[in-house]
Write a protein that binds this ligand. Structure first.
Ligand code: F6R
Length: 262
């Protein structure tokens, strides 16, 4: 794992965007795995800026999102398809047909999940997966005790996640769908690179458990300790309870510039 601690969310997001941009420049038909929620918003903003101001070209890129709520249609205000269109896809030159978000309205959930896995394989697998982390350590919507071998499937959100996400649904927990389709942990671990972002003290405990705790399905993100190329971009708040934070800073500062966005 590589831990990159930046002063604030903006600087951490810009550093993560450089990694994405470098991949897209080197591999124009890169396959990106994407996340939603508050965490990647500044990353997407920076990718939009890089496209508009520096010509970062997404015309051959394909994307697969981690998850979608079951029962929300693509045009629902809180659907992850709508989130992606609004915050990224509508502002870059990506082909909409190359963007994939699980279908929360499907009446064949197992079939749609299997097809999603196949579509990822057909594109040659995910080159870089963007991840946030839940306060309970989830990645995608793989809640605690999710199997490390899991693939795209239906999951039930924990009550903690429902409470956390109520802020997107007028603070009304009863409006948050309890079920979702999410890539599995096995799917995420197959990505060639994982880029996780986490900001704020509210994520500090989950981040410390992920990086410095035991690998356990109780903290699904901790599985990233077994991933060969996992980069964790965090701000000071999210880093606030790490035991070895001075070491991570020292490692990053000692890197030559060219290596920082590899
Ligand atoms: C969303 C996703 C989730 C979020 C996590 C953090 O696609 O996969 O794992 O990344 O719930 O959400 P925020 O960023 O809103 O704190």
């Amino acid at each position: 794992m590589e831990i990159i601690i930046k002063e604030n969310e903006q600087l951490a997001s810009e550093a993560a965007a450089k990694v994405v941009a470098r991949l897209v420049r080197e591999k124009p038909n890169a396959v990106l795995g994407l996340a939603t929620g508050s965490t990647p918003l500044m990353l997407y903003k920076e990718l939009v800026r890089l496209h508009q101001e520096e010509g970062l070209d997404f015309s051959q890129v394909s994307t697969f999102n981690l998850d979608e709520y079951i029962g929300l249609s693509p045009d629902h205000e809180q659907s992850y398809r709508r989130f992606m269109n609004k915050n990224l896809f509508n502002h870059i030159n990506i082909e909409m047909d190359n963007t994939h978000v699980p279908d929360g309205m499907t009446d064949d959930i197992p079939g749609a999940c299997a097809a999603y896995e196949l579509a990822i394989l057909d594109e040659g697998g995910i080159d870089l997966q963007v991840l946030g982390i839940g306060s309970d350590g989830h990645v995608g919507f793989n809640e605690p005790t999710s199997s490390f071998a899991s693939r795209t499937r239906i999951k039930t959100l924990t009550q903690q996640t429902v409470a956390d996400n109520a802020r997107f649904f007028c603070d009304d927990e009863s409006k948050v769908p309890n079920h979702c389709i999410t890539m599995g942990i096995g799917t995420i671990m197959d990505a060639k690179m994982n880029v996780m972002l986490a900001f704020g003290e509210g994520k500090a405990a989950a981040v410390a458990a992920t990086i410095e705790g035991a690998v356990t399905s109780m903290i699904p993100a901790s599985v990233l300790q077994h991933h060969p190329t996992a980069k964790i971009f965090i701000d000071e708040g999210a880093a606030s309870t790490l035991t070895l934070s001075d070491y991570y800073r020292w490692v990053y500062c000692g890197k030559p510039e060219w290596q920082k966005d590899l």
